[in-house]
Design a protein around this ligand. Structure first.
Ligand code: NAD
Length: 354
């Protein structure tokens, strides 16, 4: 068997830890990809994996992704991620979460955790009983930032869409710009509401069709069946549901000038960024445009560590840098002829000293 460190998803990760506590029902992997810019920060995912090696692959890929995302967001944080290998029903218990949190605590701050798929704000509170290296805790009042990252992620995406409309369509406002949104959950609905205020024309889709229709009615948009959204004729396609939705087939069917949305890992394979560019579609690299949530979570953590209040205006100011970062990527992409996802990766790698 090849050595672990020659595995394709292993990218000189600084720390990969397997945590087992059978009595408390925990098997987890914690991965820190890079601490070049600060402690490895990224959420914990609870997932049922077919094979343990799939969990390892997820931890390795996701933690590297967090290094890139945090670096491009200008945060003094490295990249980390944890996965808890759950049963088929993804059951969680307090004992399991405590065991996990104790293992995070034992790393002494090398890894800072937060919510990801399968972890609720309540779970974060449970973990906080055993570790201080956790963020995304409920807010005491409305005057400080932090808590649920969804609205901050949506804010960054909305601003990124405005930047894309300026760059590609020459428009200074979203008034009349047609945005097709896949997924009307926490992030997608937030993007829809912000864009509607600017007069954008909205087409929405979600597998929860009742929810998508209700939101479309509220905002004066239109709802379509989930299968129709990717090929909808629009100015901006905003994927806010699943990853890996941009593949050979879906890219060939796209009828948009811009793809700018919050779903993680939208490109099914690395060459799909090039395919988008060949079709003349402006792509906002997902981990750059969707960084609003981690900006909030990281700044909440840093403020708590320093004992200072985390001000909403400071978080919003950092999120306000997302459009500029995208503009730099697109400008460099235009002058070099390289796809925007490749440019973003190169910029991120430089920032983390790789
Ligand atoms: P969510 O669960 O609140 O919403 C996702 C929505 O997508 C749900 O309403 C779901 O029904 C819908 N959906 C699932 N499959 C679909 C399909 N095939 N077609 C149409 N709709 C479908 O999740 P969220 O927090 O809004 O996150 C959305 C995406 O953004 C995810 O990919 C997530 O990883 C990413 N993201 C979220 C955050 C955050 O702060 N919440 C931060 C960064 C990235």
């Amino acid at each position: 068997m090849d050595a672990f460190w020659t595995e394709p998803d292993y990218d000189d990760h600084e720390l990969v830890q397997l945590v087992r506590d059978p009595k408390r029902g925990l098997t987890a992997i914690i991965a820190v990809h890079s601490s070049h810019l600060g402690p490895g920060a990224g959420g914990t995912r609870v997932w049922h994996y077919g094979e343990p090696k799939d969990a390892m692959r997820d931890a390795l890929r996701l933690s590297r992704g967090m290094s890139y995302k945090n670096a491009m967001a200008g945060l003094p944080m490295g990249g980390g991620k944890a996965v808890i290998l759950a049963d088929q029903d993804r059951n969680k218990t307090e004992a399991m979460l405590h065991a996990f949190a104790e293992s995070v605590e034992a790393l002494g701050g090398k890894y800072v955790t937060a919510a990801d798929v399968g972890i609720t704000e309540g779970d974060i509170v449970t973990m906080s009983a055993k570790t201080s290296y956790v963020s995304g805790l409920p807010l005491d009042n409305g005057s400080t930032a932090g808590g649920d990252p969804g609205p901050y992620t949506a804010l960054g995406i909305y601003q990124g869409i405005k930047a894309a409309a300026r760059h590609r369509l020459g428009k200074n406002s979203l008034d009349g710009v047609h945005i097709a949104i896949q997924g009307t959950g926490s992030v997608g609905s937030g993007v829809a509401r912000l864009a509607a205020k600017d007069g954008a024309r909205l087409t929405l889709a979600d597998i929860n069709q009742t929810g998508a229709s209700a939101l479309a009615d509220e905002l004066g948009g239109q709802a379509v069946v989930p299968d129709a959204i990717l090929a909808t004729e629009c100015d901006v396609l905003s994927p806010n549901a699943l990853g890996a939705i941009l593949n050979d087939e879906s890219i060939a069917a796209l009828n948009t000038q811009i793809v700018a949305g919050g779903a993680n890992n939208q490109l099914a394979r690395s060459h799909h960024g090039e395919q988008l560019a060949e079709r003349g579609i402006l792509y906002a690299p997902d981990y750059v445009i969707n960084a609003g949530g981690i900006i909030s979570v990281a700044m909440e953590y840093l403020c708590r560590s320093e004992g200072t209040p985390c001000l909403i205006e400071d978080v919003e100011a950092r999120i306000g840098q997302i459009p500029q970062r995208l503009e730099e990527i697109w400008t460099e992409s235009g002058s070099s002829g390289l796809p925007s996802d490749v440019i973003a990766d190169r910029m991120a790698q430089k920032l983390i000293g790789r």
